[in-house]
Design a binder for this molecule. Structure first.
Ligand code: AAT
Length: 282
């Protein structure tokens, strides 16, 4: 039996049995590996960390996309930063009102390999005429984007090491604020409260975002293959509040069938455990 093993903390490891290592490449940015196993199907890792697998990707991709659309059902222009597997774009493109989706992904190889090996997330994304693919650093992309040019920014990024580091900095969040319009929403990959290293990243991100956006929240979901299984997204905006402005009727009118998200869960997801509230000073 072959085992893919990931170090979750100094003293804790997580393993998945796999039948085949499908592909391996060192791109200009990171080590990309694809595996195939029985429990999670096909999965890929970047620099030895789980990114996406066929079995639990619906949880992450539902939760990064739908809470923002249930808060503002009129979102038309979306910027995805990272998200090279295509899963976030796939969910955004289900909304008929969306007119334009820019995906700024630093590593084109991730996208091309997912088109080949992970069609569950990548299929059909490039073919949608609303999609604009930009293979460049997300930080550079927002620096060069005009003021108030997006309704929604989704930061679907790796952890803040190597290429993902710039996406957890104050200058980046400031640029996001500038390029969002008055009803703009920023959702960001917000790490995890449980293991110390991830909790430190979570705290750093929240402190910086709180200094820039008037409305900030953190919401949780259960991600079986990410360290500890307890993972977070940040919600930041200029005006809209994900609880006060939640528009259940409008979201239900979209008629989307989702496997994880629903509007009751939306409300619950923003209720954080006490130790997380404390760590975030909320
Ligand atoms: N949809 C869930 C998958 C990911 S992958 C995150 C993507 O972010 C990768 O394709 C990576 O190449 C891209 N990325 C990293 N840094 C940058 C950057 N500076 N600009 C643009 N794209 C970037 C998220 C997994 C989350 C894992 C949590 N443990």
């Amino acid at each position: 039996m072959n085992w893919y093993t990931e170090q979750w903390s100094n003293d804790c490891k997580f393993s998945i049995a796999y039948d085949k290592k499908i592909y391996s490449e060192q791109s200009s940015f990171q080590q990309i590996n694809f595996y195939q196993g029985k429990e999670f199907g096909t999965f890929f890792t970047l620099d030895g960390l789980m990114m996406v697998n066929e079995k639990d990707e619906f949880i992450y991709h539902d939760m990064i996309v739908h809470p923002a659309f249930a808060t503002n059902p009129n979102i038309k222009k979306v910027l995805i930063i990272g998200g090279g597997d295509g899963g976030t774009a796939r969910e955004v493109l289900r909304y008929p009102n969306v007119e334009e989706v820019v995906m700024a992904e630093i590593d084109e190889r991730v996208f091309r390999l997912c088109q080949q090996y992970l069609p569950v997330t990548a299929r059909g994304v490039e073919e949608d005429s609303r999609m604009k693919l930009r293979f460049e650093d997300g930080l550079e992309y927002v620096r060069n984007a005009p003021d108030q040019s997006f309704d929604l920014i989704l930061v679907d990024s790796t952890d803040p090491v190597s290429v993902g580091e710039g996406l957890f900095t104050k200058p980046f969040y400031k640029e996001c604020y500038r390029v969002l319009n008055a009803d703009g929403i920023l959702i960001n990959q917000h790490e995890s409260p449980y293991f110390a290293e991830y909790a430190a990243n979570m705290k750093k991100a929240h402190t910086k975002i709180k200094d820039i956006f008037p409305i900030t929240h953190v919401y949780q979901y259960h991600m079986p293959t990410y360290p500890s299984g307890h993972w977070l997204f940040g919600f930041a905006s200029k005006r809209l509040d994900p609880l006060k402005n939640l528009n259940v009727k409008a979201w239900e009118q979209f008629g989307l069938k989702t496997k994880y998200y629903n509007t009751n869960l939306h409300i619950g997801a923003f209720g954080l455990p006490n130790y997380v509230k404390e760590a975030l000073n909320r």
